[in-house]
Design a protein around this ligand. Structure first.
Ligand SMILES: Cc1cc2nc3c(=O)[nH]c(=O)nc-3n(C[C@H](O)[C@H](O)[C@H](O)COP(=O)(O)O)c2cc1C
Length: 137
């Protein structure tokens, strides 16, 4: 499984690593990929796509790398299952609600509730367990 993420101060990256740990603990392969190293075909062979990005700007995705990546893959991910996660600071999670709606508009399926965490993921098991559930989708 491939987890593509953007992270400015490491919180979403830490979530990505812990989610990958959960997936691996269930015996599946998990690759954690910084969006800077991802291309638009990265999910071509995947049934499930896992994406992480914190709330940036004013309740939006990070605009220089992650946002263009989502645009690039948007026409290639219809009917795939999508799992979203990310860290936020002071908002109420609007960026994630908007992001979910957007992925649905691309024809993706959302079977697992997203995981959002304020600041740094302190409860590591929350992320690990989230990863374990992904393999059941
Ligand atoms: C430029 C900038 C804009 C941000 N905008 C929001 C926002 O609109 N809503 C929010 O809840 N948090 C916002 N945050 C807080 C980040 O989402 C939060 O610090 C998060 O933990 C960063 O995750 P990261 O360590 O993966 O980069 C913003 C942070 C920065 C640096």
């Amino acid at each position: 499984m491939k987890i593509v993420y953007w992270s400015g101060t490491g919180n979403t990256e830490k979530m990505a690593e812990l989610i990958a740990k959960g997936i691996r603990e269930e015996g599946k392969n998990a690759e954690v990929i910084n969006v800077a190293n991802a291309n638009s075909g990265i999910f071509d062979d995947e049934d499930i796509i896992i994406l992480g990005c914190p709330s940036m700007g004013d309740e939006v995705l990070e605009e220089s790398e992650f946002e263009p990546f989502i645009e690039e893959v948007s026409s290639k991910i219809s009917k795939k299952k999508v799992v979203l996660f990310g860290s936020y600071g002071w908002g109420d999670g609007k960026w994630m609600r908007d992001w979910e709606d957007r992925m649905l508009s691309y024809g993706c399926e959302i079977k697992e509730d997203c995981l959002i965490i304020c600041g740094e993921p302190e409860d590591e098991d929350e992320c690990i367990d989230f990863g374990k559930k992904i393999i059941l989708l």
